[in-house]
Design a protein around this ligand. Structure first.
Ligand code: S3P
Length: 176
């Protein structure tokens, strides 16, 4: 069997909040005998608090600076790893370039309907807190889809697909 670790250095999962980067990523890593890391988790460890608290205390701009700093650090050390990224991370051009250097970038694309279903009742995402969530998701998706698309080497649509199907498709696509 061809393992993805044989073909690419790292696999980077990008996409909107709730598209399944962390859940797909950890399962994909297990299937391919790779390590798994998650930028949100790494940042929370370095902040010593939840992302929502960091946004409250330091603001979004500082959070974005910390994402870029983390990516620079990962560029020095990441190997044989599936990396799940925060939904806003690939939007900075500098970050998109750093991601490309790190490995194969896969955009897990989900429709607005799937996204809303998955984020229903979520209280952990500061960008969606308060107000009309549907309107926010719609506006952010409109801004971000072109940027995710430009940052990606591969696009996998995830609507109505099981983890197994998504992982299979990633393996198949990476072999082509
Ligand atoms: C964000 C997405 C979050 C987290 C932060 C900002 C965004 O990560 O990084 O709340 O700008 O889309 P997930 O995509 O894992 O929810």
């Amino acid at each position: 069997m061809l393992r993805m670790g044989d073909i690419v250095k790292n696999i980077i999962l990008i996409g909107f909040m709730g598209c399944g980067k962390s859940s797909v990523g950890s399962k994909l890593a297990r299937a391919l005998h790779m390590q798994f890391q998650d930028t949100d988790q790494l940042l929370e460890e370095s902040f010593g608090c939840k992302i929502s608290e960091f946004f409250e205390k330091e603001g979004e701009a500082e959070f974005r600076n910390r994402e870029t700093a983390l990516l620079k650090q990962l560029n020095e050390e990441l190997q044989n790893t599936v990396l799940a990224t925060g939904g806003g991370l690939p939007l900075r051009e500098e970050n998109a370039e750093l991601l490309k250097k790190l490995g194969t970038v896969i955009y897990l694309k989900a429709s607005k309907e799937t996204t809303l279903k998955r984020l229903h009742g979520d209280t952990t995402r500061p960008l969606l807190a308060g107000g009309d969530v549907e309107e926010k998701v719609e506006r952010l998706l409109e801004q971000r889809i072109p940027l995710y698309t430009a940052a990606a080497d591969l696009i996998i649509t995830t609507d109505e697909k099981s983890f197994y199907e998504i992982i299979n498709e990633i393996e198949k696509q990476c072999r082509n």
